[in-house]
Design a protein around this ligand. Structure first.
Ligand code: SF4
Ligand code: URA
Length: 240
């Protein structure tokens, strides 16, 4: 008696697993069927809205807005803190020293700037001393008010791109996205989840900011371990 009931259970389980897999494949197909041109156009419209945005004080001092760049069908979205000196001048995220390290991390993961989406929790450069816009190192983290004012743009980008994984780079973006004050040391390397208003929940992997890794090389193995977890979640494990 035990044997048939066990095999029934097993076949039921198999059905369940196959059913889930089929459903996952179907939803992936729907993803592919999503009119990509529409997503790209909506992302471009968002960038245009950002370029004239005065939703917070950063709109008055920015040189160029930095809405974000990447593929409208990216499976991974990287979210940083905000534009710095170089980004403010180029209008692109992560083009300074930290960006160089992010590029190397992407390469090691078998990814590239054009296959992922890169954004920030605020789209304009927060200046520590706004009377010295040309000074280097004149950066500060965005304030809670600036984060709140800018949030709708990031949420919209997340809804449009609908990535499978979001990587939060550093404390500021992690705490902002996940609405927590827990220290990054406790959050990094552990899966979290975020659902933008009106969107489905997405897995979130917090890790250290590349700028922090440049200051302290001992953080590197943790970042790489976090990125390997991301690749595993995407079924994209790289030979080590
Ligand atoms: Fe608008 Fe965001 Fe720039 Fe503030 S930081 S002006 S909310 S785009
Ligand atoms: N640091 C960030 O957090 N974002 C950028 O775009 C550049 C540096």
């Amino acid at each position: 008696m035990a044997e048939p009931s066990r095999s029934t259970t097993r076949s039921e389980l198999l059905d369940l697993v196959l059913g889930l897999r089929l459903r996952a494949e179907r939803s992936r197909e729907e993803d592919w069927a999503r009119p990509l041109a529409d997503v790209a156009a909506a992302l471009a419209a968002l960038a245009t809205a950002v370029s004239s945005c005065q939703g917070c004080g950063l709109g008055r001092t920015r040189i160029k807005p930095v809405p974000g760049v990447g593929s409208p069908k990216a499976r991974v979205m990287f979210v940083g803190e905000g534009p710095g000196y170089e980004e403010d001048r180029k209008g692109e995220p992560f083009v300074g020293a930290a960006g160089g390290l992010l590029d190397r991390i992407l390469k090691a993961m078998g990814l590239s700037r054009s296959s992922v989406f890169i954004a920030n929790v605020v789209k304009c450069h927060p200046l520590d001393d706004p009377s010295r816009p040309d000074a280097r190192g004149n950066d500060r983290p965005p304030s809670p008010e600036e984060l709140a004012a800018c949030r709708r743009y990031l949420d919209e980008q997340i809804r449009l791109v609908a990535p499978e994984v979001i990587v939060c780079l550093g404390r500021v973006s992690t705490q902002a996205l996940l609405s927590t004050t827990a220290p990054l040391g406790r959050l990094r390397g552990r899966w979290a989840s975020y659902a933008p208003p009106g969107g489905a929940p997405i897995r979130v992997m917090p890790t250290y900011h590349p700028a922090a890794v440049l200051r302290d090389e001992t953080l590197k193995p943790a970042v790489w371990s976090d990125m390997k977890a991301v690749l595993a979640a995407l079924g994209m494990e790289r030979p080590s």
